[in-house]
Design a protein around this ligand. Structure first.
Ligand code: ADP
Ligand code: MG
Length: 573
């Protein structure tokens, strides 16, 4: 094949592919345009998760009638004119690609009236082709309707996830921008129902409460503004006791732009070092301001990544500021208070970087009581084992006819509880215990969206949970296995691990939720077990149908045969 320059339509299809990945990208680009236009009110309407319609309307400065068509051509922008401008970008947009890209993969309609002009203008584009344009009466500002997104790119359409997932992406963008621009009033409706709203009164705290729920947002620590050289930083941090199982809630804004940055995430996680259990992550919202010349925003077509000129410096500033805030506002309990902890309290986690002997306790663990409920039956897949002891308060050592077994106590207990729970559920004799007082939990809209389809399954598992108004739930009873946990935390913990993308079938959903419940209820690594408890655990594991892996698929045990021991000691070739 000979080399040729791509026709314009092919080139724009390629560009569109990078900029418009999913409905949420459309929402993001249109919101950015509205913010750049100085709007203080932005209304977003989404129908069928953006598949059938996305509308973004603002009261910004609008577009001059004679420039509307131009705004829709590729590389047309009012935000950049010279190459030098690229290194001093103060607007969210600058590539002049979003509108033509969106218009090339949808039925697109834009109406705008500039502040100084008496009338507005509209333009209609379908799949990149101009269909209609003309004058029209309109309020100052701009409104864009994007209908039938990807109607002409079926592959993209098929690629979209469930409505719930696409809606969660959209809400995410709207909420992040609301946080970054608290003086702008945002309003999001999903299929005609209000899904999110910010008042535009300039209060971060108010928006945090909308996003995270009042009680959690209330617990967040405020990081006082830090001025470090040319970097300004402020934000909000969850105290160590408020945490989650993934790093999705580490939010960074750089000069008002929501970005993803692995190094900044690492800086925050490092700052929490020693304060959180392994595998738990904080929720943080950090606003960084750096001189435009110190950051390159032209890294990615979706503008969701940046490159700092001095990445090491930014890392240090963030890590120190977060750490300092935590030490000051959420100090670990002193050594004296440790002596008041009940005996058998789990192993303490020391501070990682030279903060002396201060220690921070892990959460109280549910006692092993539930172990006794389990009958040890025959029919095992592993040989009968003899318990020998425990290593590192985490692994059990046992001996069998074929050698040495090291058992991960947490994984093993998860497996045991899982089979018990599933067995009880199938037999219709699941144990659930009523709470003295029902507990009300407020969820974030995203959590509520994840919880909603699981409610029935949760009820089947002994969670007496019911909807109690918008994003609020009431818990009346808990599975017996979780009786020792805080009900709200127990409910959150089964919801939060759900990936946005998960759409498991009913059957699988049941098992997944059950596995999560068991993960919560199982003894943790770091918990000292008596010899009798160790024996019981091993016996119950022997009785399991699939004793070799926990419900999440991790191995429960490592086996070293007598043969391999002999080899390792050089007794045998
Ligand atoms: P960019 O934002 O990178 O400049 P876009 O394709 O998103 O590129 O928009 C092209 C131009 O159209 C913008 O530079 C701006 O002048 C104008 N424009 C787009 N949306 C709006 C809006 N909501 N209000 C006012 N002007 C807008
Ligand atoms: Mg733009």
């Amino acid at each position: 094949m000979r080399i040729k320059v791509l026709p314009e339509e092919v080139a724009s299809a390629i560009a569109a592919g990078e900029v418009v990945e999913r409905p949420a990208s459309v929402v993001k680009e249109l919101i950015e345009n509205s913010i750049d236009a100085g709007a203080n009110e932005i209304r977003i309407e989404v129908v069928e998760a953006g598949r059938s319609r996305i509308t973004v309307a603002d009261n910004g400065e609008g577009i001059q009638t004679d420039e509307l068509e131009l705004a829709l051509s590729r590389h047309a922008t009012s935000k950049l004119s010279s190459r030098d401008d690229l290194f001093a970008i103060s607007t969210l947009g600058f590539r002049g690609e979003a509108l033509p890209s969106i218009a090339s993969v949808s039925r697109f309609e834009m109406t705008s009236r500039a502040r100084q002009q008496a009338e507005g203008r509209f333009i209609v584009i379908e799949g990149g082709a101009r269909i209609d344009a003309g004058s029209v009466g309109a309020p100052t500002g701009t409104s864009v309707h994007v209908r039938d997104l990807f109607y002409n790119v079926p592959a993209r359409r098929e690629f979209l996830k469930s409505d719930r997932t696409e809606q969660a992406w959209i809400s995410d963008y709207v909420q992040r921008y609301a946080l970054a621009y608290p003086s702008i009033r945002f309003e999001l409706t999903l299929d005609g129902r209000p899904a999110f709203q910010s008042s535009g009164r300039g209060q971060h705290r108010e928006i945090l409460a909308e996003i995270f729920g009042i009680d959690r947002a209330h617990s967040f620590l405020t990081m006082a503004p830090v001025d470090a050289g040319q970097i300004r930083l402020e934000g909000y941090l969850s105290p160590p006791i408020v945490n989650r199982s993934n790093r999705k809630e580490l939010t960074f804004f750089v000069n008002g732009r929501w970005i993803q940055d692995a190094a900044l995430s690492a800086a925050v996680i490092q700052a929490y070092h020693g304060l959180l259990m392994v595998g738990r992550y904080p929720m943080t919202v950090l606003f960084l301001e750096v001189p435009a010349g110190m950051v390159d925003v032209n890294v990615h077509p979706a503008k969701s990544e940046v490159r700092f000129r001095e990445p090491g410096q930014v890392f240090r500033v963030v890590q120190r500021a977060v750490r300092a805030t935590l030490l000051k506002q959420a100090p670990p309990p002193s050594l004296e208070s440790e002596t008041q902890l009940p005996s058998g309290f789990p192993v303490q986690v020391g501070w990682g970087d030279g903060e002396g002997s201060q220690r921070w306790p892990e959460f109280p663990e549910p006692p092993l009581r539930s172990l006794e409920l389990l009958p040890a039956e025959a029919g095992s897949e592993i040989p009968l084992l003899r318990s020998i002891g425990q290593i590192g308060a985490s692994y059990l050592v046992a001996e069998g006819p074929e050698g040495l077994y090291l058992i991960d106590q947490h994984a093993a207990h998860e497996r045991i509880l899982f089979e018990k729970l599933m067995g009880e559920m199938r037999a219709g004799e699941l144990e659930s215990q009523g709470l003295l007082e029902p507990v009300t939990v407020e969820m974030s809209p995203q959590e509520a969206a994840l919880l909603e389809p699981q409610i029935e399954v949760l009820q089947g598992l002994g969670f007496g949970v019911e909807s109690f108004g918008s994003n609020t739930y009431r818990i009346r009873s808990l599975p017996v296995l979780l009786m020792n946990l805080d009900p709200a935390a127990a409910l959150r913990s089964v919801v939060e691990d759900f990936e946005e993308d998960e759409r498991p079938l009913e059957k699988a959903l049941e098992e997944k939720v059950a596995a999560r419940v068991c993960k919560r209820a199982a003894v943790k690594a770091g918990q000292v077990l008596s010899l009798e408890e160790q024996r019981q655990l091993v016996r119950q594991l022997e009785a399991c149908q699939s004793p070799r892996a926990c419900p999440h698929g991790r191995p429960t045990m490592i086996h070293m045969s007598v043969d391999s021991l002999a080899r390792q000691f050089g007794r045998r070739g």
